[in-house]
Design a protein around this ligand. Structure first.
Ligand SMILES: O=C(O)CCC(=O)C(=O)O
Ligand SMILES: [Fe+2]
Length: 297
């Protein structure tokens, strides 16, 4: 038995840990209708994944292959998790600062003093105190099919580490048909806004719709043994394997996600401006809805 099969992802969407073989997970974008989800699941995503989370999270314990078979794997990933978690909290601090500045700006535009402030800008980092984050190891096999359908991530922020192969594309805002390649840049981390933060910021910060397609054929891949070849117009085209590591952050489950201060206007009904676009929802309620769409149907 392959080592990865010794840490299998449990069936269903409630315990999101361990190894999933290619085609098990199906990305569905904003789809909550059962029929639509079933249709989407007919086309599998060509990737395999290994999920892990906060070692202190008892609601979804991590699932590790035996230490004797893959020594240090668990320790390595737990350390990686901790570094990513620190980076997420720093980014949330920067966003909190941006909210403060924006809120003060909004108040002064309306002629209010900061002392008249009616709302508290929440400290976003402290709404992620339990660090219920998810670290995913992804491998896309060397085939030419679409690797992962267009979607946005459903938490607050995602860090994305990608190898040198490429294939990630980002949708142009306000033009659903146009995708732009987001090629890997050495020593950088790509940061995506997720749907929960978009909703929380009343769409001031928009979530990034992205997908993964077959990477551009590259000569550097030609000598790679992980490369499968495909005939295209009589030409021999090399299609390399792709590895990536997304790290998904979301708010603590009891956090109420309701338009943040500075992202809406209290007097919008009377004077125009930005109304609250969404009903309040807990982070838990929102995640349940999205997980159901991913793994069931
Ligand atoms: O492999 C990638 O670069 C993207 C992965 C991704 O978008 C996801 O897992 O949500
Ligand atoms: Fe994603």
């Amino acid at each position: 038995m392959e080592t990865k099969m010794l840490a299998p992802h449990p069936p269903g969407g409630s315990h999101h840990r361990g190894y999933s073989a290619p085609g098990v997970e199906k990305v569905s974008q904003h789809v909550f209708d059962e029929g639509e989800i079933a249709k989407l699941r007919e086309i599998p995503d060509y990737k395999e994944s290994f999920e892990s989370g906060n070692p202190l999270d008892t609601s979804q314990p991590n699932i590790w292959p035996p230490e004797s078979i893959l020594p240090d794997f668990q320790h390595f990933l737990e350390t990686y998790f901790s570094h990513c978690s620190t980076l997420i909290h720093r980014l949330l601090d920067a966003l909190t600062l941006a909210l403060h500045l924006n809120y003060q700006h909004t108040l002064s535009e309306k002629g209010c003093g900061v002392s008249e402030e009616m709302e508290e800008v929440p400290d976003l980092s402290s709404t992620h105190a339990n660090s219920l984050f998810q670290l995913r190891l992804l491998h896309y096999p060397p085939i030419s099919a679409r690797k992962i359908n267009a979607h946005s991530d459903f938490g607050t922020l995602t860090l994305l580490f990608q190898d040198t192969v490429g294939g990630l594309e980002v949708q142009t805002p306000n033009n659903q048909d146009t995708f732009t390649p987001a090629p890997p840049i050495p020593d950088t981390v790509l940061v995506n806004i997720g749907d929960l933060l978009a909703r929380w910021s009343n769409d001031r910060w928009r979530s990034t719709v992205h997908r993964v397609v077959a990477p551009p054929p590259s000569s550097s891949a030609a000598g790679d043994k992980n490369v499968r070849r495909k005939e295209r117009n009589g030409l021999d085209v090399a299609i390399p394997s792709r590895y990536s590591i997304p790290f998904f952050a979301t708010a603590d489950m009891d956090t109420v996600i309701e338009a943040l201060p500075g992202c809406w206007d209290a007097d919008a009904e009377q004077h125009g401006g930005r109304r609250k676009l969404y009903e309040p929802v807990t982070a838990w309620g929102y995640v349940q809805m999205r997980m159901k769409a991913l793994y069931e149907g």
